[in-house]
Design a protein. Sequence first.
Length: 322
Amino acid sequence: MNRQYGTIIGILAGLAAGLMIVAAFRSVTAALPMLFAAPIAIYIASLGWGTVAGFLAAIVGAGGAMVAGTQVGLFAALLMFLPAAWIGHLANLAQPSEDGKSIIWYPLERMLAHLMATVAAGFIIAGIALGFNSAEIERGMVALLKEFVQAGDGTQAINEDNLEDSAKVYAALLPLIMPAMWLIMHVAVLNISASISRLSGKIARPRDDIPATANLPASMIAWPLAGLAGMFITASPIYEIASVVAGTGLAAFALTGLAEFHYNTRGRPGRGLLLFTTYLLIFMFTIPLLIFAVIGMVRAWRRNSAPPGMNSTGASGPPTIQ
């Protein structure tokens, strides 16, 4: 009965997610909210009803999204639904401790590493399958910038050279920024989905102390560094692949850097104002994320060099599932 119920939930969640994707691609005003909300259904199915329900929801959702086109279905499957089903599966993994008195859940650092790799692979495969072309993106950027200029008072002359230079910059940064923002979106949606599942009593995993435990393996420091190096020494299409690797890596370490910031400001006066100002600066300028990415790398390195049985904050922690 539980398996049948999980199957029904998976189908319904997939249909809901697929319909949201179709709505996003058919409505300009609702596009961003729908794209943000669509993976929530997959995460909830996976977190609350298990692996089968999660992957069934992902498959049904991708099939439903194909109503808006085969490319849309592929986009939804690779970048939204399959990563959600996989991370939901990992979140439910657990094993008993050596003394059999407690349960050890799959560690956050490995979940984040898997999400980083999954999102990067999704963008690379989707880019190859959908024929991502930097030259076409650049031409599209030029046309878009012209529309912005012409939408003004009509008196401003269009400088073709300046538009082309700006378009080149935007087109070059797109493969870096888009995967980074996508990874951050997945983490936000995962947290929202876990909260909803916890409120409904459908998730077995206890609430994680994210500021204290969110981390990445020290070996993953090479991920964004290799991506950045590849961006400077290679041409298209390797440049785009390296940009995706760098973007996902920097975003993941920025998130663990923010976790370190949250942890170190606990109990300090004015913490709320400090956090608000920090996130406001990130929203306005984005550049501060690079600072937190460095902090995240330091946190990962420090944890790697910590004595056995100690986590990055110096507190003792449970062993991790390999």
